[in-house]
Design a protein around this ligand. Structure first.
Ligand SMILES: CC(=O)SCCNC(=O)CCNC(=O)[C@H](O)C(C)(C)COP(=O)(O)OP(=O)(O)OC[C@H]1O[C@@H](n2cnc3c(N)ncnc32)[C@H](O)[C@@H]1OP(=O)(O)O
Ligand SMILES: CC(C)C(=O)C(=O)O
Ligand SMILES: [Mg+2]
Length: 505
C-alpha cells in the first residue's frame, strides 16, 4: 500500500455550503490559487449545475489554476455531468465527481428509488462521465449509514464502469473512529476490484469527530482525505484539512504517511479563507487558532523558553506562524517577563526587574493581556526615571490659512533658557522642527496619536509620539497631556527626546 495521502480540498464546494457564505468568482479564484500554493492535490471548485455563477467560477479555476486537479460535482444524471464537463474543459487535469446516496433512509425518502435503481443510476453516470475524462470519482452519499454489503456491490460495479476514486462519505457526521476504521477495512476487503481505485473519505463534524474519523480511516487504508480549510462546511462543517495534515505530519511515527502539503502556507490560507468567507477562526481552534501556539502561564513559558518542545508538539513556523507565542498575563513568571523586555530592548538589573515585575503583576490583575505598549510605559515611566534634560517653558504658535505655520519655543535646560523658532508644514511640524533646532538632535517622527482623556470642550488631549534619531533604529515613546493639544504635542515630543538623549549620553 502506498504511503502518500492525497488531499482533496472542497472549501469552494462543501465549504461554501456553510450557511451565510457565498463567494464570487474572483474570491474563488483567489482561494484556488492559494490552495494550489498550499499543495492540495485536488480542488473541488464547485457544483456547476447549481447556478451560472458557480459554473463560471469552476470554469475560471479550471482555466487559470495549474499544477492541480480541478474537480466539479455532479448528481448521477447526464445533465449535471454535461454541465460539469463543460466547466472543466480547459483544466490541466480535470475530475468529474459523481455522487448518489446509498443509505435506505435517503433512498426511501429523498430519492424515492430502490437499491437496484440507484445501482443502475450510479453505473450509468460513471460510464457517461468516463466518456469525457479518465479521472472519475464516485461518492456514495450517506455511505456510513448504508448497508455495507449493498455499498460494496455498488462500489464494485462503479469501479467496473471506470471510477478511479471511491469516496465513502460520513455525510451526517454519525460515525465514530473505531467504527469508521472497521467500515473502511470491510469495504477494502469486500469490494471487487478495490485495488484498482483510490479509497477516499469525506467526514462531517456533527459530533466533533470529523478529523478523528478521517485519521482513523487513513490508518485503516484510505489514501484520499476530503475536507476544507478551517473545517468550514455544511452544518457543523467538514474535516479541517490543516488538522488532518498536521496530524499525519506530527504523528509520522504512528502513521508513516506523507502528503504534498507545503505546511508553511497553512496559516496564510486559513486567514485568507476566513476573511473572504466572513467566518472567523475560533481562538482555540487547533493549528490555526490565535491561541494554538500561545503560552500564558509562567511554568509553561519558562519550559518553552528553556526548550520549546516541552509544551509544543509542532513548531509554529512549520504552519507559517512567526509571531511571538508568549502572552504576558497574570499567570506569567519572571523568565517570560525578562525575555519580553529584552526583546523590547530593555536590560534591567535584578533590582529593577523585581520592581517592574511587581508592578506588572499588579497591572495584570486589572488587565487581561499586557501589551508591549503597557510594558514600555511601565518600564519607562515607573522604573527608569529619565532625567528631564529639557522642560517646555513656553510656546507661541503663529498659524492660520494665510500664514506659514511658525513656532517659537523656550526650553529650560538646567538653569538656562534656550529659545528658537522654526516653520513647518503645520503647527505641530513647526513645533517639532523648533525642538530639533534647540536640542541639536535631528529626529524622525515615526508615529503621532492624539486621544481625548475627558469629554467636552475642555477635554484633556493626550498625545503619544514615537520617534527615533535619524541615524538609529531604536524608537522612543513620549507622552504629553494638556487641555491645549499643541502644548500636549510639544510635551510629548520633548519627553521622547529626553529619553533618546538619556540613552545616547
Ligand atoms: C451532501 C452534499 O453536500 S450534496 C450537495 C449539496 N449541494 C447542493 O445542493 C448545491 C446547491 N443546490 C442547488 O442549487 C439545487 O439543489 C440544484 C440546482 C442542484 C437542484 O435543484 P432542483 O433541480 O430544483 O432540485 P432540488 O434541489 O429541489 O431537489 C433535488 C433533486 O435531485 C435529486 N437528487 C438528489 N441527489 C441526487 C443525486 N446524487 N443524483 C441524482 N439525483 C439526485 C432529488 O431526488 C431531487 O429530485 P426530484 O426533483 O426528482 O425529487
Ligand atoms: C457530495 C458528497 C461527497 C458530500 O459532500 C457528502 O456526502 O457529504
Ligand atoms: Mg459533504
Amino acid at each position: 500500500m502506498q504511503n502518500r495521502v492525497y488531499i482533496f480540498d472542497t472549501t469552494l464546494r462543501d465549504g461554501e455550503q456553510s450557511p451565510g457564505v457565498s463567494l464570487n468568482m474572483n474570491e474563488k479564484l483567489q482561494i484556488a490559487r492559494q490552495l494550489a500554493r498550499l499543495g492540495v492535490d485536488i480542488i473541488e471548485a464547485g457544483f456547476p449545475i447549481t447556478s451560472p455563477g458557480d459554473f463560471a467560477a469552476v470554469q475560471a479555476v479550471a482555466r487559470e489554476v495549474k499544477g492541480v486537479t480541478v474537480a466539479g460535482l455532479a448528481r448521477a444524471n447526464f445533465k449535471d455531468i454535461d454541465r460539469a464537463w463543460e466547466a472543466l474543459l480547459d483544466a490541466e487535469q480535470a475530475r468529474i465527481h459523481v455522487f448518489i446516496a446509498t443509505s435506505d433512509i435517503h433512498l426511501k425518502y429523498k430519492l424515492r428509488k430502490d437499491r437496484e435503481q440507484v445501482l443502475a443510476a450510479a453505473v450509468e453516470a460513471v460510464k457517461y462521465a468516463k466518456k469525457y475524462t479518465s479521472d472519475v470519482e464516485f461518492s456514495a452519499e450517506d455511505a456510513s449509514r448504508s448497508d455495507v454489503d449493498y455499498l460494496c456491490r455498488v462500489f464494485g460495479e462503479v469501479i467496473k464502469a471506470g471510477a478511479t476514486v471511491i469516496n465513502v462519505p460520513d455525510t451526517v457526521g454519525y460515525t465514530t473512529p473505531e467504527e469508521y476504521a472497521r467500515f473502511i477495512q470491510t469495504i477494502m476487503e469486500k469490494t471487487p476490484g478495490m485495488e484498482k481505485a483510490v479509497l477516499s473519505v469525506h467526514c462531517h463534524d456533527d459530533l466533533g469527530m470529523a478529523v478523528a474519523n478521517s485519521l482513523a480511516a487513513v490508518g485503516a487504508g484510505a489514501r484520499q482525505v476530503e475536507g476544507t480549510i478551517n473545517g468550514i462546511g455544511e452544518r457543523a462543517g467538514n474535516a479541517a484539512l490543516e488538522e488532518v495534515v498536521m496530524g499525519l505530519y506530527t504523528r509520522k511515527d504512528r502513521y508513516g504517511l506523507t502528503t504534498g502539503f507545503n505546511t508553511r502556507e497553512i496559516f496564510r490560507t486559513s486567514r485568507l479563507i476566513s476573511s473572504l468567507t466572513g467566518m472567523p477562526v475560533h481562538p482555540n481552534k487547533a493549528v490555526v487558532g490565535k491561541n494554538a501556539f500561545a503560552h500564558e502561564s509562567g511554568i509553561h513559558q519558562d519550559g518553552v523558553l528553556k526548550e520549546r518542545t516541552t509544551y509544543e508538539i509542532m513548531n509554529p513556523e512549520l504552519v507559517g506562524i512567526t509571531a511571538g507565542n508568549l502572552v504576558l498575563g497574570k499567570h506569567s513568571g519572571r523568565h517570560a517577563f525578562r525575555n519580553r523586555l529584552t526583546e523590547l530592548g530593555y536590560e534591567l538589573n535584578d533590582e529593577e526587574l523585581n520592581l517592574a515585575f511587581g508592578r506588572f503583576k499588579a497591572l495584570a490583575d486589572k488587565k487581561k493581556e499586557i501589551t508591549d505598549h503597557d510594558l514600555q510605559a511601565l518600564v519607562e515611566d515607573e522604573i527608569r526615571h529619565v532625567p528631564e534634560t529639557y522642560v517646555l517653558e513656553y510656546l507661541h504658535i503663529s498659524s492660520g490659512t494665510t500664514v506659514v505655520p511658525t513656532a517659537t519655543l523656550g526650553l529650560r535646560a538646567g538653569d538656562k533658557l534656550k529659545e528658537d523658532a522654526a516653520c513647518g508644514d503645520g503647527p505641530v511640524d513647526a513645533i517639532y522642527n523648533t525642538v530639533d533646532k534647540i536640542t541639536g538632535v535631528s529626529c524622525t517622527l515615526v508615529n503621532y496619536a492624539i486621544n481625548a482623556i475627558t469629554a467636552g470642550k475642555d477635554a484633556l488631549g493626550d498625545v503619544t509620539v514615537k520617534l527615533r534619531k535619524a541615524d538609529q533604529e531604536k524608537v522612543y515613546t513620549g507622552r504629553g497631556v494638556s487641555t491645549d493639544i499643541l502644548e500636549a504635542s510639544a510635551k510629548a515630543y520633548v519627553n521622547a527626546v529626553n529619553k533618546l538623549m538619556y540613552d545616547n549620553k
